[in-house]
Every structure is written in C-alpha cells, then in structure tokens.
Design a protein. Structure first.
Length: 277
C-alpha cells in the first residue's frame, strides 16, 4: 500500500512536468532496496524498452544523479562523455537524446529519480530545468509528510487508529464545501470540529510542546487537512476544487499563523494546536 501511494505521487508529478514543459517523454522510479532504482512510471514512450529498467548508483545518467544526489543532464545521451553507457540500448530504442535526471531527496536520502527527455540533441533550457526540480520537490514534500505520519506513536490496541481518524477528517473536510444543503454542510463541519477537538483530549497524539491557539479559516483548514494526508498542492487543488495557486495562498497563510516554515511543520503545529486531529 505504501509503495502504491508513493507511486501515485510520482506519477502525478511526472504528468504535471510533461504538461507544463512540453517534454515528450517523462519517466522515473523510486528506490526499492536503498540502492537500485527501477523505472516504474513512464509517459510518452513509444516502446517498452525503459519500463522496469533497473538503475544502479553510478551507472548511466540516472545512476550519476543517484550517486551525486543532484540534477544531471546530457545534451546527446549516446555520445555523452561524463556518464557510463550501460543503458544505451534501451535509451536508443526509445530514441532519446537530450535527457535530464533530478533526484527526489528526503532527509538527505535519495528516494527516487525523475527524468525528462527530448528526442533531439538540444540543450535543456532553464525553464525546463526549474520545472523538473519543482516537480521533484512536490514528491519530496509528500513523502516527508507520510514519513512523519508513520513515525507518530501508535495508539493502544483498544483505541481507534489516529491515522484512520485523520483520514476520515480529511475526507470530510474535502467533501463539506461541495455539499449544497447548508444544514447538512454545517453538520459535516461540526463533525470535523469534534474530530479536531478530540485530539486535544487524547493522550499526546502528537509529541512536543503545545502550540498557542490559532484561528484558521475553513479553507485554510481544508488545505491543511489535505496536506496532512500527503497531498501535493496540485492534488489538494483537485480534491478541493481549487486552483493550485489558491491552495498555495491558503497554505502560506496557515503556515504564517502557525509559525511554521515548511508544510511538515505546519501539519505538526496544527495537530498540537488542536486544529487537526
């Protein structure tokens, strides 16, 4: 289940990268055993040559990206001098020439690599480079939030799972704005409020010092609930029926009120403040 959810985030980021840059081929994968990366997500390919390809650290462009933990690019893959050429056959079968590889790094550990490619030997422009890095950051943030959620202490066996409570809370907050019946919408929001205050009565569901009470708008809470489930800005926007830029605005506002500098800090602070379960 964990691998499936993480693959969904990677696939979504690759699709957005292709849409925003016009790159004809995008692909990538996550590390399975800490060393070998397998290409599992592939969009725009005309052959199956790259699908399932295992990339080792130090080998090829992706392996160089893995080893150095930084973006790498070549203008003409077959003749590139600064990479090894173990994967020339599948790369040539797909007709790829200009390729960029960007690592997905969480807590200084490479968790995957995202690629974008052209079938012509043309330089990768700055706009495409920046978009690829931003797409990798989206995946990193989603994985970081999920990692933090998994680190939270499990409740006693006799109590309901806090992860289940949080999942239900996020789904209800996303559903409420779509309900046209005012009375029913208020009832749904009231249930959300009960779940939020329940965390304050529990025995330290989120360890750490308490956070002073904060006043967040309903939409700020909606966005935080989506982010807490691991959603990226784009997937939160689709879930809530908003534009990604609007989601960013609500998230920045909530972070400012919570005194947080990152999405992860905002989620943790919101839970300590009783804003999220």
């Amino acid at each position: 289940m964990r691998e499936h959810v993480e693959s969904v985030e990677l696939r979504g980021a690759l699709l957005r990268l292709r849409r925003t840059t016009g790159l004809p081929v995008v692909f990538g994968g996550l590390l399975q055993d800490g060393r070998v990366l397998r290409i599992a997500e592939l969009t725009g390919a005309v052959t199956p040559a790259l699908h399932g390809l295992a990339i080792s650290a130090g080998s090829g462009l992706g392996g160089k990206c893995l080893a150095l933990s930084r973006p790498c690019a070549v203008t003409d893959y077959p003749s590139a001098r600064h990479i090894t050429h173990e994967y020339d056959v599948p790369v040539s079968a797909e007709g790829l020439r200009s390729v960029i590889a960007v690592p997905v790094v969480v807590r200084r550990k490479v968790r995957g690599v995202m690629y974008g490619a052209l079938r012509d030997a043309l330089p990768i422009g700055e706009r495409v480079f920046d978009a690829a890095v931003a797409a990798a950051r989206d995946v990193e943030q989603a994985l970081a939030v999920r990692d933090e959620v998994r680190r939270l202490p499990a409740p006693p066996p006799s109590e309901p799972s806090w992860e289940e409570v949080r999942q239900a809370h996020g789904e209800l907050r996303a559903l409420a704005p779509r309900v046209t019946d005012p009375e029913l919408r208020e009832r749904l929001l009231a249930v959300c409020g009960r779940l939020e205050t329940a965390s304050g009565r529990a025995e330290s569901p989120v360890p750490g010092p308490p956070v002073p009470a904060v006043s967040l708008t309903p939409r700020e809470k909606d966005v935080l609930a989506a982010v807490a489930s691991g959603a990226t800005n784009a997937s939160a926007a689709a879930l809530l029926g908003l534009r990604p830029e609007t989601v960013k605005g609500y998230l920045r506002s909530a972070m400012r009120k919570l005194g947080a500098h990152t999405r992860l800090e905002a989620v943790v602070a919101a839970r300590r403040a009783g804003v999220l379960p």
